[in-house]
Design a protein around this ligand. Structure first.
Ligand SMILES: NC(=O)c1ccc[n+]([C@@H]2O[C@H](COP(=O)([O-])OP(=O)(O)OC[C@H]3O[C@@H](n4cnc5c(N)ncnc54)[C@H](OP(=O)(O)O)[C@@H]3O)[C@@H](O)[C@H]2O)c1
Length: 341
């Protein structure tokens, strides 16, 4: 049998500021036969995530063991089907999510971290990387388990037109809260208007602190933070007494080359008795069954809407990734693998 070939995206040089196309390389390799305990996956979609920028940064390493070094393939979520197996854990035909990153074909070991078998009958397989995958789990855990929004509360979600934010905001709405959302790109704002949140604002149109003061005159009870930086500072200024902040991400600072000074108003944490709670998806992977039991039926019934921005061809992954920092995605950013086989 002719061996499979696979194109893959590698880091060519560490990005400075917003990544550029020349920071990445495309290589083509022959896929080796799987050793005992391994299997070959033909990927259908590769995930494009903001945290990958942190993996390329000395300043914001996700954790040292997951840093991406020059010459390495960009690692992260991908979904695909097993085409050849030398493992007793996964058989030919099985669908799964793995973490071998931006490749057309991956050799996966059955004790890899982050393997998750999926049921393609549940939902389109692309959703296993978005609304029913890691971003969805993060939204659900952060919003429902830590944030616990209540019917009489005002909730604010930033980057609400993205993968994590769009689900977090809809979950808060499903709990009966008054939900304020923000985004920056016209397509996202249009989508958020259609989803009928209580208030939608464009963070680029005027200072976030002023928009929040106008839209939440009684204060924000719960802020789900995807952006950090100025958004976080503006939310802190506008929090209600004893408000809660869920720190999920800080996309506005991932491209910084020098440490950004924190919010200038941290004194409000004690004068308003605010609570800040971080959430990290990797800490809650055992909760996938509980998360899917609640959210998958809501997605299937249309009670929760999701969006995907899909670009075709693994060679487009760098451009899609760069687009995350100017907001070219609506909902989850994905690369559909269109291989040469
Ligand atoms: N804690 C965890 O385990 C975990 C897991 C997944 C994701 N996250 C974090 O959650 C956040 C959202 O992730 P996601 O995957 O759903 O990404 P996303 O929101 O789908 O995509 C990123 C979006 O960020 C916005 N953005 C980029 N630069 C910005 C800036 N300087 N200021 C304000 N907005 C900016 C853009 O939207 P606009 O058009 O609105 O500008 C862009 O589309 C990220 O911070 C990510 O790191 C955390």
């Amino acid at each position: 049998m002719t061996p499979l070939r696979s194109r893959e995206v590698r880091l060519n040089q560490p990005p400075t500021g917003i990544p550029k196309l020349e920071d990445f390389d495309i290589a083509e390799v022959e896929v080796p036969s799987p050793l005992p305990g391994s299997f070959i996956v033909r990927n259908s979609y590769c995930s494009i995530d903001p945290f990958m920028r942190m993996m390329m940064s000395e300043l914001h390493p996700v954790d040292r063991s997951r840093s991406c070094r020059v010459g390495e393939v960009i690692s992260g979520g991908a979904v695909g089907q097993v085409v050849e197996s030398n493992s007793s854990a996964f058989a030919e035909g099985d669908w799964l999510v793995h973490q071998r990153g931006w490749r057309e074909v991956s050799v996966v070991h059955d004790d890899d971290d982050g393997l998750r078998r999926i049921d393609p009958a549940l939902s389109p397989v692309s959703t296993a990387l978005g609304v029913l995958g890691m971003p969805g789990l993060t939204s659900w855990y952060g919003m429902c388990m830590y944030g616990v929004p209540k019917p009489d509360e005002t909730v604010y979600v930033s980057s609400a037109g993205g993968a994590v934010g769009s689900l977090a905001a809809q979950l808060a709405r499903s709990r009966g809260s008054r939900v304020i959302v923000s985004a920056g790109s016209p397509k996202k704002l249009e989508w958020l208007e259609r989803l009928k949140f209580d208030a939608v604002f464009d963070y680029r149109a005027r200072p976030v602190v002023d928009s929040l003061a106008e839209l939440a005159p009684g204060g924000i009870d719960l802020y789900f933070d995807n952006v950090g930086g100025r958004h976080l500072e503006a939310a802190i200024t506008n929090m209600a007494f004893a408000g809660r902040i869920i720190a999920c991400g800080a996309v506005s600072i991932y491209n910084d080359s020098v440490p950004t000074p924190g919010p200038t108003n941290l004194d409000l944490l004690f004068t308003k008795e605010l609570v800040v709670r971080g959430v990290r998806s990797r800490a809650h992977k055992d909760s996938y069954p509980e998360f899917l039991a609640e959210v998958a039926p809501m997605v299937a019934s249309g009670a929760i809407e999701y969006a995907e921005t899909i670009v075709g061809g693994i060679e487009k992954a760098p451009a899609a990734f760069i687009g995350l920092f100017s907001g070219t995605n609506v909902g989850k950013m994905l690369v559909e693998v269109t291989p040469q086989w």
